[in-house]
Structures are given as C-alpha cells and as structure tokens.
Design a protein around this ligand. Structure first.
Ligand SMILES: CC[C@H](C(=O)O)C(=O)SCCNC(=O)CCNC(=O)[C@H](O)C(C)(C)COP(=O)(O)OP(=O)(O)OC[C@H]1O[C@@H](n2cnc3c(N)ncnc32)[C@H](O)[C@@H]1OP(=O)(O)O
Ligand SMILES: [Co+2]
Length: 149
C-alpha cells in the first residue's frame, strides 16, 4: 500500500444548513458547493473546499446529513448528536488493486466497491481494523474528469 492524497474528511451533521453557516461564518469558508441528495446511500451531501497554496484541489470537508430512517449515519448521530468526524478518505490509483491489498491484510471491507459522492469507485474499511477510523478508499478521478455539483 502507498499512502495516497487525503481527498476528504467525512463529517456527519444533523443539519447541513447549520453546518454551512458554521463553515462560512465561523471558519470563513469561501467555496461551499450546493448540497445534493444521495438517496441510495441515505445521505444529503455538501462539499466545503479548503484552500490550498499550490493551486491544486485542496482537501474537502464532506458534510453528510441523514436522509430517511435507514440512513447509515443515523446510529452515528444517535451516539454523537452534534455530529463530528465520521470518516477519512484517501485516494488510490487503482481501486481493485487497493481492495485486494486490504483483503490480503485481513481488513474488513464494508460492502461492494461502488460509486461514491465524487462519482468515482470507492469502498469503506471497518473502523475496528483501521485504528478506530472509518476509512473510505477512493479511486483518483481520471485526469481532467473534473467533478463538481
Ligand atoms: C457521501 C456519501 C458517501 C459515499 O458513498 O461516498 C457515504 O455514503 S458516507 C456515509 C454512510 N456510509 C457509510 O458510512 C458506509 C460505511 N459504514 C458502515 O458500514 C457502518 O456505519 C459501520 C459498519 C462503520 C458501523 O455500523 P453501525 O453504525 O450499524 O454499527 P455500530 O453503531 O454498532 O458501530 C459498530 C462499532 O463501530 C464503531 N463505529 C461506528 N461508526 C464509526 C465511525 N464512523 N468511526 C469510528 N467508529 C465507528 C461504533 O462505535 C461501534 O464500536 P463499539 O466499540 O462496538 O461501540
Ligand atoms: Co466520504
């Protein structure tokens, strides 16, 4: 495994609207994307860009709010009513190669590889096998494939 770019920090919130006010007014965020629903994942999503001095795309905050009763983050918010850091996401060049490496290492991969919020293949690795951090692995978007919502 070779550590890849930290693509985003997933932050669960009971209210994306309130979190936008926080990142805009308390943190001075100047680039907040339009929220959008991912019903198949049971979340509403909003990306907050963090600045970078290299002109490259900076790491993002991925705000996630439950969408419906079956949302995979309802349990998390029951235990953490204010929300908080939910997962980290690192990029890899090849998602299938990465999946095979985690399997060889005996890490529990949660569900099938699927398309995530950036429109590229992802999978999650169980927090209990990752030092307590729910870890999303995401294939780096192909050159020029600019994703924005
Ligand atoms: C933006 C869309 C994005 C995408 O598709 O790109 C997403 O969908 S992200 C949001 C939702 N999707 C996921 O989180 C998928 C992966 N998550 C899971 O499969 C579950 O949430 C899982 C297995 C991590 C936890 O399942 P569940 O919440 O049903 O179980 P428990 O509450 O009993 O938790 C078991 C155990 O794990 C600890 N835990 C749970 N969540 C986290 C977390 N986010 N970070 C660290 N640890 C976590 C929990 O405390 C329990 O530990 P224990 O010591 O037994 O109390
Ligand atoms: Co994510």
């Amino acid at each position: 495994m070779k550590l890849g770019r930290l693509n985003h920090i997933g932050v669960a919130t009971p209210s994306i609207a309130d979190s936008i006010v926080h990142y805009r007014d308390t943190m001075g965020a100047t680039s907040i994307h339009k929220p959008f629903d991912l019903p198949e994942q049971g979340v509403k999503v909003c990306f907050v860009d963090t600045p970078t001095d290299s002109g490259m795309n900076g790491t993002q905050i991925e705000l996630i709010e439950p969408l419906g009763e079956m949302s995979a983050i309802n349990n998390f918010l029951e235990k953490n009513p204010l929300g908080g850091q939910h997962h980290v996401c690192f990029e890899v060049p090849d998602i299938e190669e990465a999946r095979a490496e985690f399997e060889v290492m005996g890490k529990r991969i949660l569900g099938p590889t699927r398309i995530g919020a950036h429109g590229t293949p992802i999978f999650f690795v169980h927090p209990k096998d990752m030092q307590g951090m729910l870890t999303e692995i995401m294939e780096t978007p192909k050159e020029g494939a600019h994703w924005s919502n």
